[in-house]
Ligand binder design. Structure first.
Ligand SMILES: [Zn+2]
Length: 408
């Protein structure tokens, strides 16, 4: 490459990163639409696209359908050109994976942990990513995204509190960075899953989307323009801890009557047991809320399946939980007026009653002109979504032409 050309690339670094980012967020697009998405001039886009084509970052693809003007040629990222890394921590194991820039899964590894201390968890994770880095030595983007349970300070990479796993004030980002030598970006695992749904799953055509994940806990992710709205420290979307009952039970977060105590997997188990006449002082009482072990989840999933099959007690327990969730969803719709709501996590996936009741209640309680236009879907990407979203968020935070050209 000549010095003149290298200088020219240097001058246009920001433009190239903008075009690549637009293709990551919005998929294949014509030059004209890329100009709208990036704010670059049409001439600027043409020059930038030409250089990106030449350097092998992007390729031309199918002709776009005509929208009144001439049918154009779309640009898209080249599948497999770069490899990004992400992992989700859940149920005492890591789900670690490698993806290309189009979200295609290239490798996935489950890492069950016998020692659940943060130090041991990070050491096992780092070993796997060192192997993946070697496997994709020629195109690895040296960044890692981690989707973690609990309240995560994304700016500092610190898990502030995760009652599920008993971690608090764990600087997981710095710990992983010290072992791998790469920048590490950390976010709540439900928000990571939401980002994956927004870009590649149930919300892939939505510009405004809210994802609500329901499992042992409940958390949401808010997405605008196909990007996560993190809030000041990554806490935007903690819907599991909004108050539903002012004098309700005490939640591990310190508040009373939180949504999570009423609509999560453990809450369904607890309500089922109450309705079945299980003694209130039984050991099952401990299943309640965010402090419950993940081992309770299969029970909640069974109850959701039994409800779908018509079991009257299971049905009543699921209705109770789903109605509260629907009330919370109505508030989300009134607050954010999203194009769509995506319900993810183990509980909406276990049976159709939970999600359908939550949707019905949302439509009853949200302002009609807002709820009528709101699409409600269940998540389409499975458990790999946490790793996929985390990998994407890490690249969002560090996106530059430089980090991609340094890959390998
Ligand atoms: Zn709470």
């Amino acid at each position: 490459m000549s010095a003149i050309k290298a200088n020219k690339i240097g001058d246009q670094k920001g433009a190239k990163a903008s075009v690549l980012q637009a293709l990551r967020l919005h998929g294949a697009n014509s030059r004209a639409h890329l100009a709208k998405l990036t704010g670059l001039s049409k001439g600027g886009v043409s020059d930038t696209v030409a250089e990106l084509l030449e350097s092998g970052f992007i390729r031309e693809t199918r002709a776009l359908p005509s929208t009144g003007g001439r049918p154009g040629i779309a640009m898209e990222l080249v599948p497999g050109s770069h490899v990004i890394f992400g992992a989700e921590y859940t149920n005492n194991e890591w789900s670690a994976a490698a993806f290309d820039l189009l979200g295609n899964e290239l490798a996935a590894v489950r890492i069950p942990l016998s020692d659940e201390s943060p130090e041991a968890a990070v050491a096992e994770l780092a070993a796997v990513f060192r192997r993946l880095e070697q496997q994709y030595a020629d195109r690895a983007v040296k960044l890692l995204g981690l989707g973690m349970p609990g309240l995560v300070d994304t700016e500092r990479g610190v898990i502030q509190s995760a009652a599920d796993i008993g971690w608090s004030d764990v600087p997981i980002g710095a710990m992983a960075k010290a072992m791998l030598g790469w920048p590490v970006v950390v976010l709540n695992r439900h928000r990571a899953r939401g980002l994956a749904e927004c870009r590649y799953g149930a919300g892939r055509e939505m510009q405004q989307m809210v994802y609500v994940g329901v499992g042992t806990g409940i958390a949401a992710g808010l997405f605008h323009g196909r990007q996560l709205i993190p809030g000041m420290v990554g806490g935007a979307g903690e819907i599991g801890h909004i108050t539903m009952e002012p004098h309700g039970d005490v939640c591990p977060c310190g508040n009373r009557g939180c949504l999570q105590l009423l609509s999560s997997g453990p809450a369904i188990v607890q309500e089922f047991e109450r309705l079945s006449g299980v003694a209130a002082d039984s050991p099952q009482q401990g299943l309640r809320g965010a402090g419950s072990p993940d081992a309770s989840l299969p029970d909640a999933e069974s109850i959701c399946r039994a409800a779908d099959l018509g079991d009257p007690v299971a049905k009543q327990a699921v209705l109770h939980a789903a109605e509260y969730l629907g009330i919370a969803l109505a508030s989300l719709v009134n607050l954010f007026n999203p194009q769509g709501l995506v319900l993810g996590g183990a509980i909406p996936a276990a049976g159709s009653l939970y999600a359908s009741v939550a949707e019905r209640v949302m439509r009853e309680r949200a302002m009609a002109p807002l709820s009528q236009g709101t699409i409600v879907r269940t998540a389409q990407i499975g458990d790999i979504g946490g790793a996929l979203g985390a990998a994407n968020y890490a690249l969002d935070k560090h996106m530059s032409l430089d980090i991609l050209t340094r890959a390998g």
